[in-house]
Design a binder for this molecule. Structure first.
Ligand code: FAD
Length: 508
């Protein structure tokens, strides 16, 4: 059926919450939807404030920024951003070990066969072969603290990586808030005190603010953070708790001045009861210690954080409390949860902002038609897609913890011996058998991401895809050596990360 456009009464979308999730939703929907059909209002409360952390991203954020039409150099200057080519994991198998999860591919597919099969075959045949990490351009650039934009020529070895950003989360939310309000999003400052629902359908009809003002709407997006005001509190949607697999439930966060290198990557260092992040921005370094209160009290965790900062903290450390898991449904009635209101997965792989972005795109695709009742099949599809996103990220995060050799540390002993989600146990067994790694057309993570963490955590393939046998071993050995030489040559031409940013932002 042809959908009418420009109907007389636009569908009223009311977003509750002005954190990163709220403003990304407002900006995304106002960009993607026809303003004649959809009117977007956002309510935020200065009394409550935002989480204000969330500094590391995945390469998909560039697609979102490009979709909005942001000028990259201007956005980077406004948010004190740096480039990110991956995440370095330090001490995740045992103290002193390190590996990088790069944004990009390992090697190249030869004879139509994914690289890891060739690599595993050469290794199992006892041929000259380096660790998988050495066949990634992004890893080599990280090790050199170098950055340049990827080449557009797909034959160039410098085209085999992608990049994301580290940015100041509060500055980013403010930046896209300016963008969204300049393009017609109505902003209301106020505290939502009451929610009125329709007696027949149970749908939310209106919100009452502390000022007494009433805001009516047709579709409500719950971006109220951990409070989950609409989907959790009002609609009463249950919570799937994942703390059994992801027991970290606290974080201390504290910025400091940079002393160490201006790395084009995030560092995640395993500690006694969790892990610490180091995120380099232009004006400071973001640090935090994510830990499990079951295995470490808050004072001890704070001492651990402060004891590992490269400089004294620039502000009082902040404690954040959370639970790993997600809502059973993200869309209930006429309310849709996006951001922390819908779920939380620890920031080990910088997935939260990606999950917001994915939800905004899915919601825009499944947006109800103005003037018609909301079709429950739209909600069912949105819930199906959200569950896929969250469940896959959960498996990927759990993988980081399980294959550790940090014996004698209670958190790590627990994680090494716990029962895995069936879906993850299957992926590991398949990889060990055949070097096959998951590869999805929708959602996270790519095959190369799985490879980096599987192998980084010491899971080794005992077999490989037999199509790789079509390439003679001697030819393979030569190609492997040539690949490494091309990677080294390509990285040698790149400027230092800090130098590149200074030049790029200055020239905007
Ligand atoms: P919030 O920032 O909490 O915003 C909630 C909003 O709701 C506020 O504007 C508040 O005023 C409003 N509100 C609430 N109740 C009411 C009410 N009654 N009336 C009116 N307004 C109301 N993500 C990443 O992608 N990368 C990272 O590196 C990363 N690091 C993180 C580290 C930690 C320790 C934590 C806890 C999270 C991290 N995240 C990270 C997640 C990221 O911070 C969040 O996904 C992101 O900030 C979105 O938060 P939000 O907008 O959902 O919630």
């Amino acid at each position: 059926m042809q959908q009418e456009r420009g109907s007389a009464t636009p569908l009223r979308i009311v977003i509750v919450g002005g954190g990163t999730a709220g403003w990304m939703t407002a900006a995304g929907l106002s960009r993607l939807l026809d303003p004649r059909d959809y009117a977007v209002t956002l309510i935020e409360s200065d009394e409550i404030g935002t989480v204000g952390v969330g500094e590391a991203t995945l390469p998909h954020i560039k697609t979102f920024n490009d979709m909005l039409g942001l000028n990259e150099a201007e956005f980077m200057a406004a948010t004190q951003a740096s480039f990110k080519l991956g995440i370095e994991f330090v001490g995740w198998t045992r103290d002193g070990d390190r590996y990088i999860h790069p944004f990009g591919t390992f090697g190249e597919p030869w004879a139509g066969v994914d690289f890891q099969h060739h690599w595993a075959r050469a290794k199992l045949a006892g041929r000259e072969v380096a660790p998988l990490q050495d066949y990634s351009f992004a890893v080599a650039a990280c090790r050199a603290d170098a950055f340049a934009f990827p080449d557009t020529d797909s034959k160039s070895i410098r085209s085999t990586f992608a990049y994301a950003y580290h940015f100041d989360a509060s500055l980013y939310a403010a930046y896209i808030r300016r963008w969204a309000t300049a393009r017609g999003v109505r902003r209301i400052e106020g505290l939502v005190l009451d929610v009125a629902r329709d007696a027949d359908t149970g749908h939310v009809r209106a919100l009452t603010l502390k000022s007494g003002e009433t805001i009516e709407g047709d579709l409500f997006v719950d971006c109220s953070g951990f409070r989950s005001l609409l989907v959790g509190q009002t609609m009463g949607v249950g919570w799937q708790d994942w703390s059994e697999w992801l027991p970290c439930d606290r974080a201390w966060a504290a910025p400091c001045e940079r002393d160490g290198p201006f790395t084009p990557y995030t560092r995640a260092t395993a500690r006694e009861a969790g892990w610490m992040w180091r995120i380099p921005l232009q004006h400071r370094v973001g640090n935090g210690y994510v830990f499990s209160s079951r295995f470490c009290d808050e004072e001890r965790a704070l001492d651990t954080l402060l004891g590992h900062l490269e400089n004294p903290p620039l502000a009082d450390p902040r404690l954040l409390r959370f639970r790993a898991g997600r809502r059973e449904r993200m869309w209930a009635g006429n309310c849709v949860a996006i951001g922390l209101a819908g779920g939380f997965l620890e920031p080990l792989e910088s997935t939260s902002i990606f999950l917001v972005q994915a939800a905004v795109t899915d919601l825009a695709n499944l947006m109800p038609v103005p003037g018609r009742p909301i079709d429950p099949r739209l909600a069912a599809e949105f819930n199906r897609l959200s569950a896929i996103q969250y469940d896959r990220v959960r498996d990927f995060l759990v993988l980081h913890y399980i294959a550790n050799a940090r014996e004698g540390e209670p958190l790590w002993d627990h994680l090494r011996t716990m029962a895995l989600p069936d879906t993850l146990a299957h992926k590991i067994a398949l990889f060990e058998e055949s070097a096959a790694a998951p590869s999805y057309r929708y959602g996270l993570f790519s095959r190369d991401s799985w490879l980096s963490v599987l192998i980084g955590q010491g899971v080794e393939p005992k077999g490989y895809g037999r199509l790789a046998d079509r390439l003679p071993l001697d030819v393979l050995e030569v190609r492997l050596a040539d690949l490494r030489a091309r990677i080294d040559g390509g990285v040698a031409t790149m400027p230092a990360h800090g130098e590149f940013i200074a030049g790029y932002c200055a020239a905007r």
